[in-house]
Design a protein around this ligand. Structure first.
Ligand code: HPA
Length: 273
C-alpha cells in the first residue's frame, strides 16, 4: 500500500504537468470567500478531480479546485472548496489538499471559515482572529504510522497560530477600520449543528467560536512546519443563544454580508506577510 507521502508525490507530479507555480501562501477559502479569486491576478487553476486519489468536495458552494495567482505580487494558492470530515472522508484524506500545498512550496497557511459565535460579544458577520484551537470529538489527521517526510511523531502545538502573522492581520484590520475580535476556535465533526447544552460545554471549555473544519488542517500544516494563521467569519450566534433554529442558509447569507470586509482583510494581510 502506498504511503500518504507517496500518494501526494504522485499528485504533485500530476500537478507539475499543468503548472510550475510555487505559492508562498496557501489560502483556504471558507464560506463567504468562495469568490475571492476575483481579488487576485489568476494564473491558472487545477481541479482536485485532475489529481489521482484526491477527494472531491460534496458541499454545495465548495467547488474543489486550486486557484493559483498573485496578490500584490505574493504568490498564493487558494483552495476553492475544502474537504470536510463530515463528508465521509477519513482525516488523512481531509488534509491531503493542505499537505499538497506545502509540497508545492507554500510556507504559510491562511485558514478562513464560517463559525458559530459562542462568545456573547460577537454578532453575526463579526470577524474573529483565531488565537488558538480546541479539537473535540474528531480524530487527529496524524493518526497512523508517522511519515517522517511530513514531520515529527509528536509535534508541538504550543503556538499553532503564528504570533507575527497574527500581528500583521490585526494591524491590517486596524488600518482598514475593520473590527477584529480574537478568540479560540473549536472544531466538532458535524454535520448537525450543536445543541444548546453542547454550546454551554464548549463555552466552559474556553471556546469562542465553533465550526466543522480548520483544526485538522492547522494540525497537519504545523506538523509539516508551516506557519499558520486564520480568521473566522461569525455567521451566526451558536445554538440556544437567540432562540432561533440554525440553518445553512443563515450561515451563507451572513458570510456573504461579511464578505467585503473579510476579503479586504485577507487580501491586505497576505500582501503584508
Ligand atoms: N456551528 C458549527 N459550525 C458552524 C456554525 C455553528 O453554529 N456556523 C457556521 N459553521
Amino acid at each position: 500500500m502506498m504511503t500518504t507521502h507517496e500518494r501526494l508525490s504522485r499528485c504533485l507530479k500530476q500537478l507539475r504537468t499543468k503548472t510550475d507555480f510555487v505559492p508562498r501562501v496557501g489560502l483556504i477559502l471558507g464560506s463567504g470567500l468562495g469568490d475571492f479569486a476575483a481579488n487576485i491576478d489568476v494564473e491558472c487553476s487545477v481541479a482536485y478531480s485532475e489529481l489521482e486519489g484526491f477527494p472531491v468536495s460534496t458541499v454545495p458552494g465548495h467547488q474543489g479546485r486550486y486557484i493559483f495567482g498573485r496578490i500584490k505580487g505574493v504568490p498564493v494558492c487558494c483552495m476553492q472548496g475544502r474537504i470536510h470530515f463530515y463528508e465521509g472522508y477519513d482525516m488523512q484524506t481531509v488534509v491531503l489538499p493542505v499537505r499538497l500545498m506545502r509540497m508545492m512550496g507554500a510556507q504559510i497557511l491562511f485558514i478562513t471559515n464560517a463559525a458559530g459565535g459562542i462568545n456573547t460579544d460577537f454578532k453575526p458577520a463579526s470577524l474573529m482572529l483565531i488565537e488558538d484551537h480546541i479539537s473535540t470529538f474528531i480524530g487527529s489527521p496524524l493518526i497512523g504510522p508517522n511519515e517522517e517526510e511530513f514531520g515529527l511523531r509528536f509535534p508541538d502545538m504550543t503556538k499553532v497560530y503564528d504570533t507575527e502573522l497574527r500581528g500583521t492581520i490585526a494591524a491590517c484590520a486596524a488600518e482598514l477600520d475593520i473590527e477584529l475580535f480574537r478568540g479560540v476556535y473549536c472544531q466538532l465533526p458535524g454535520p448537525q449543528f450543536e445543541t444548546p447544552s453542547e454550546i454551554r460545554m464548549l463555552r466552559i471549555m474556553g471556546a469562542d467560536a465553533v465550526g466543522m473544519s480548520s483544526v485538522c488542517e492547522a494540525i497537519a500544516a504545523r506538523h509539516m512546519g508551516m506557519r499558520v494563521c486564520g480568521v473566522s467569519c461569525i455567521s451566526n450566534l451558536a445554538a440556544g443563544m437567540t432562540g432561533m433554529p440554525l440553518t445553512h442558509e443563515e450561515v451563507i447569507s451572513s458570510a456573504d454580508a461579511a464578505a467585503i470586509n473579510f476579503k479586504a482583510l485577507v487580501a491586505a494581510s497576505i500582501a503584508a506577510f
